[in-house]
Design a protein. Sequence first.
Length: 372
Amino acid sequence: MHSPTRLAAIPRSVIMQPTTQCLPMDCTYCYLPFRKIENLMPVPVAEAVAQAVNGWTSQVPGFEVVWHGGEPLATGREHLALLMAPFENVKHSVQTNAALVDDAWCVFLLEHDFAVGVSIDGPEDMNTHRITLAGHPGFRVTMRGIERLQRHGIPFSAIAVVSDPDPSNAARFYEFFAELGVTTLGVNVEEEEGVNLGARPADHGRAVEFWAALADAWRANPVVRLREVQRVLNFAGAVLGGHATAPTPTSAPWDPLPTVAYDGGVVMLSPELAGFTDTRFGDFTTGNVLKEGLDVLVSEAEQRTPWITEFWNGVDDCRATCPAFAFCGGAHPANRYFEHDGRFDGTRTRYCTTAKIALLEGVTRHVREHAR
């Protein structure tokens, strides 16, 4: 039997979906089911979330409210400002495709002290999956937004989806982001989840070579914080220092990572499940903030959400069978669900193979080679 207290009592952040619509992009790998529909979050949803968040901020310095979508800027400045207004003493961040960024948006982002993340997949030839709703390449519209951010002196991080982890492209991929001046780069190997069923089959050996080559490029020019490499290095430091390394009940509880959909529904642990339904688990939500407080939903999440129990069973199987568990901590819920025919208690996924195990092996290989 798993512990009923695997989730932390207080999250470190909350993800807000102000709109389901993604303008003007229609990326081929997108997992979101309603990205072409304009569903706007009503202000009462934000007010309800803020009631809980404003009570947590004294206990969690730097509490982050992450505006994610869809494309959050499609919400519009006026409405987004209304949604932000109820929150106190939080850090606002936004993940955007930057296509809608103009001078007025830059002023807005600066006035509200936003942390900005841009979604772009590398040089133009690596952005073929990022297309507009009209079917045109999206690279140049994103770059126009990036140029405006740069002109206004707004620092930004980047998240890139790598559909083909080709080691021969790793150095050019990294240097693109180094030249852009991004603060942090997160690299997501394309996943099979949501409505995206076209991810490439996992090639473990190729992925190991990609991560090793990416770490080599970073070491040669360490001007960007490379999120995945840093995770491996932090893990190695924890092992050498004798510290806990995995999110288990006996070490560090899991962050519940509540995602609040536009209508107030709350999905724990896995933003990618928002908007989907299942014959066994319904809509995956723990509840709705318009009916019950977010603090109550977080504290009672495991009792209220049957799929989480099934997920813990899968995590326990990973712990018992996978040599990389101490680093990974167990596959993400959405990857399990979409790769294991609607079940959360499966173990290894393609995402594990290419983005966790291969990452650990690739960066470890890089470290060994440079330690000689």
